[in-house]
Design a protein around this ligand. Structure first.
Ligand code: ATP
Length: 417
């Protein structure tokens, strides 16, 4: 067994390559100068004796929205604490998975009370959302002054938007409230109620996807802090000026190009670089190479696909098993009719519902949309129209492993192991 602590480190500070903001937060975002200056101007009235504007921040995942809003609100807090007599309180709540306004309000009451009393308190239980809103108003009034409420991932509020409607309009004696809503869900953003849009989104700040050049610079700055013998020539902090004894020259351009061609997601680019560095360490290598990046990408893709398969419904998993059996018996690709025969046998074996062939075909198409199956449209012969032929587009062992985790289906997958 390997001993801990014996690894020849390529790292100077391993946490800097952790994309989670709780572990490491960058102190500068030069790629977001324009967006940060729009947030700045919406918050500036506070420094001029006025009230903050509400802001709606929108953009795809991993674009620095959360970290950008954090940096600006922290900068304002510092100004308020050290250079002014403005009383400023910033409350931050993630609405991820909240579902209802009630959950967001309960989290806000907890945060407000912690700010008010300076100690940890329990989330309230029992009151209705209207009562919670009154409780929150009382707490905010007691805190007083300027209060900024950051609601991250507001698309997590799915079922009722009460809090998004009420908060930006709240009128509480001796308090000025500014709400900053953040979302990466285009559909949610587009479907927002017009009243909410006009009050919450009085200032809209859009974070558009990074291109490969920007991702290169972001990665270069992270690498210079995270890795040993890696630094900027002449203190010029861009990828052109990065020197490293640890990274081979093509590593950062490759990570940036791969992430850039997918979604321009900085989180994904950083995760790719850190996985490549970990693989180099596993190999006992002192240098991270292009092949570590390619292997890291494969690993990450497998992990993502594996998670996707595990999260599928039982009917889609059974549909996937029909394609697996077809693959392993050398019959793939097969059409719906052949796969449906396998499906009926499987559902009977495990006592699951057997859907009609049309519904089964929908499950196959869903899997093809998720790139787990490949659906190829072919002619059935003269005058007989087209049919879809399906085959697995992922590793059969991965399917056996992930579907086999489901107890109800392990009796089928065991046969393939
Ligand atoms: N310009 C940048 N410079 C350095 N790091 C960045 C930059 N933009 C994003 N990051 C990093 O990328 C990761 C994701 O950033 P962040 O959480 O702010 O994205 P987001 O747009 O809020 O994404 P989501 O919508 O998924 O929450 C973080 O580790 C962050 O530090």
């Amino acid at each position: 067994m390997e001993p801990f602590g014996a690894e020849q480190g390529i790292y100077k500070d391993v946490d800097v390559l952790d994309p989670e903001p709780d572990t490491y937060k960058p102190t500068e975002l030069p790629e977001r100068e324009d967006e940060l200056s729009r947030i700045h101007s919406a918050l500036r009235p506070i420094t001029l004796g006025g009230s903050p504007r509400n802001i709606l921040v929108y953009g795809p995942t991993g674009q620095g929205k959360t970290v950008g809003v954090d940096l600006k609100t922290e900068q304002l807090q510092q100004w308020a604490d050290s250079e002014s007599d403005v009383s400023l309180t910033v409350l931050r709540v993630s609405c991820k998975g909240a579902g209802k306004s009630w959950n967001v309000l309960a989290a806000l009451v907890k945060q407000a009370r912690e700010a008010r009393y300076g100690k940890t308190v329990e989330k309230p239980r029992g009151p209705t959302k209207v009562e919670l809103f009154e409780m929150l108003s009382d707490d905010l009034q007691a805190i007083g002054g300027m209060i900024i409420i950051v609601l991250d991932e507001i698309d997590g509020i799915q079922e009722d938007d009460y809090v998004l409607y009420e908060l930006p309009r709240a009128s509480i004696d001796s308090v000025s409230i500014g709400v900053i809503g953040i979302t990466n869900d285009y559909q949610f953003h587009e479907n927002l109620d017009a009243d909410i849009r006009s009050s919450l989104g009085s200032r809209e700040v859009v974070f558009s996807p990074y291109d490969a050049d920007q991702l290169r610079d972001i990665l270069a700055r992270r690498a210079a802090r995270a890795l040993r013998d890696t630094y900027f020539e002449d203190e010029i902090k861009d990828s052109e000026h990065l020197q490293s004894d640890v990274l081979s020259g093509d590593v950062i351009p490759l990570c940036a190009a791969l992430a850039g061609q997918d979604t321009g997601d900085a989180r994904q680019a950083i995760h790719l670089l850190s996985t490549a560095c970990d693989l180099a360490l596993d190999d006992g290598s002192d240098i991270v190479t292009e092949s570590h990046v390619r292997k890291a990408r494969e690993e990450i893709q497998e992990e993502t696909i594996g998670k996707g398969i595990r999260g599928e419904t039982i009917q889609r998993k059974i549909a996937l098993l029909t394609a697996l059996e077809s693959e392993l018996s050398g019959d793939a690709p097969e059409g719906t009719t052949q796969l449906y025969r396998r499906y009926k046998r499987f559902t009977k074996q495990i006592g699951a519902d057997t859907y009609q062939q049309g519904t089964f075909r929908e499950k196959l198409n869903d899997l093809a949309h998720g790139n787990i199956l490949e659906g190829d449209r072919r002619g059935r012969g003269r005058g007989r129209g087209m049919t879809n032929m399906y085959s697995l587009s992922v590793d059969p062992d991965l399917v056996i492993d992930k579907v086999g985790d489901d107890n109800r289906l392990s009796q089928i997958t065991e046969r393939f192991e």
